[in-house]
Design a protein around this ligand. Structure first.
Ligand SMILES: [Zn+2]
Length: 206
């Protein structure tokens, strides 16, 4: 194999003291992290496992929307590294499926959404987002977000063909741009956060 890919794939997945996600691996389900997220699920061991948290903030409606983040316990920084650890890859599938199901169950029961809806509002739309890089400035512990795709968060993304179909405008300098609704992250109320945390943990442990 070429030298640089090999170097990346075999990078030591050692715990990093400077990494806030590495510091969360000892936390139990129900515990809170230093930035206010709550652990809602753990799958596998510290070597090959993943954990999921409920984020304290959302860029959408704080009364309805929320984000689940999934991360490996090991300090991996690139999706490509997962392939070196078959059990870790298997456990990714498990936590992704479990988190998706719990999120969907909460969304559907709270808003009475339908399994096959004729209307956008009645549908359970879910998206995931994650990225990785070898650019040192942005090289960080892998984390993937799962969230209801609605409100300001539910806008077409650059990879969607609907984004490419958006009308292009020109600013004063002649540069093209497309319109998007602004997204500002807001903190979920203490009550809502606790309610969601309990619901998600109940489903995930059931
Ligand atoms: Zn880390």
């Amino acid at each position: 194999m070429a030298k640089e890919p090999e170097k990346l794939f075999s990078e030591a997945a050692k715990m990093s003291k400077e990494c806030n996600l590495c510091r969360e691996i000892a936390l139990k389900v129900g515990d809170k992290t230093e930035y206010g997220a709550a652990i809602i699920c753990r799958v596998g061991s510290k070597k090959d496992g993943w954990f999921a948290t409920l984020s304290p903030k959302t860029g959408s409606n704080p009364e309805e929307d929320f984000t689940i983040q999934i991360m490996p316990f090991a300090h991996l920084t690139h999706f490509s590294q997962i392939d070196l650890y078959p059990k870790l890859a298997e456990n990714y599938g498990r936590i992704f499926s479990k988190a998706s199901r719990a999120l969907t169950e909460v969304m559907m029961s709270e808003k009475k959404l339908e399994a096959a809806s004729k209307k956008k509002d009645g549908a359970a739309s879910v998206a995931i987002y994650g990225k990785c890089t070898t650019w040192l400035e942005k090289k960080e512990h892998l984390h993937i977000k799962i969230f209801p795709f609605r409100g300001n968060i539910g806008q077409p993304y650059t990879v969607d063909s609907s984004f490419g179909k958006k009308q292009a405008f020109r600013d004063d300098s002649g540069e093209e741009f497309v319109k998007m609704k602004p997204v500002r992250k807001v903190v979920l109320s203490e009550e809502r956060f606790e309610e969601l945390k309990d619901k998600l943990i109940r489903i995930l442990e059931g």
